[in-house]
Design a protein around this ligand. Structure first.
Ligand SMILES: [Zn+2]
Length: 228
């Protein structure tokens, strides 16, 4: 009696676990489309990398949700593998911290929406123009990223991700600290992020401390397709 009951419970548990796993892996339409275009979900390569896509929420520079059904960070396999290395380098120095992805592969129609919002404004140069082939996010070759603690709180970086001003430029940090517009700790944290990302092969962007490209735009346009 007892063994059969146990067997039944075990079977039930396994069935429940399998169903839960299937549900967790079920991709939305956009996620499936990215996968079909050759992108990979970075968390399938390293589940310790955190993801919190800023365009899946309304509190971004656009003031509204752009990703209705995208919650996972998809990247080109080359960029995804490099990101796994960056996470490893971070954990060597700070085992309790993690990289947290704020944006990864971005479909070109979303890029168009962003461009339409900024074109002709003073912040136009922060967004790539789709008519000129977009930017590296559109190829899954760029990430917007910061660092968070074990609890998921982002560490101090001197300005928020997507804050479009000189406060986010990486070539003015010493000056900003001197002028007391940024703390020395924030500058150190930015340097840590750049160090591990560079070591993994990414290149920083002068105007956005959170943005990193794996390759140059010319290489992307020549060898890869942008994501629809
Ligand atoms: Zn970016």
């Amino acid at each position: 009696m007892i063994p059969s009951l146990l067997r039944f419970s075990l079977f039930g548990l396994l069935l429940w676990a399998a169903t839960a796993l299937q549900a967790a892996q079920r991709l939305t339409r956009t996620e499936l489309s990215m996968q079909q275009q050759g992108m990979v979900d970075v968390q399938t390569l390293d589940s310790t990398i955190r993801v919190s896509l800023m365009y899946s929420r309304p509190d971004n520079f656009m003031g509204r949700t752009l990703y209705e059904d995208l919650h996972r960070a998809f990247l080109h396999p080359r960029a995804a593998r490099a990101l796994v290395m960056a996470q490893r380098y971070l954990k060597e120095e700070h085992p309790e911290w993690s990289l947290i992805v704020m944006d990864a592969c971005r479909p070109m129609h979303i890029q168009q929406m962003m461009w339409d919002k900024v074109k002709g404004t003073p912040v136009e140069n922060y967004v790539s123009n789709p008519a000129r082939g977009g930017g590296l996010h559109n190829y899954g070759m760029a990430v917007d990223i910061t660092i968070c603690t074990e609890r998921g709180d982002t560490i101090e970086m001197g300005s928020l991700v997507d804050h479009m001003s000189a406060l986010s430029h990486i070539d003015r940090e010493a000056q900003l600290v001197q002028q007391k517009k940024m703390t020395a700790r924030a500058a150190q944290n930015r340097q840590l992020l750049r160090r591990i990302m560079r070591k993994a092969g990414f290149k920083p962007l002068r105007s956005e401390w959170w943005h990193f490209n794996l390759i140059y735009r010319e290489e992307a346009k020549r060898n890869y397709r942008w994501i629809r």
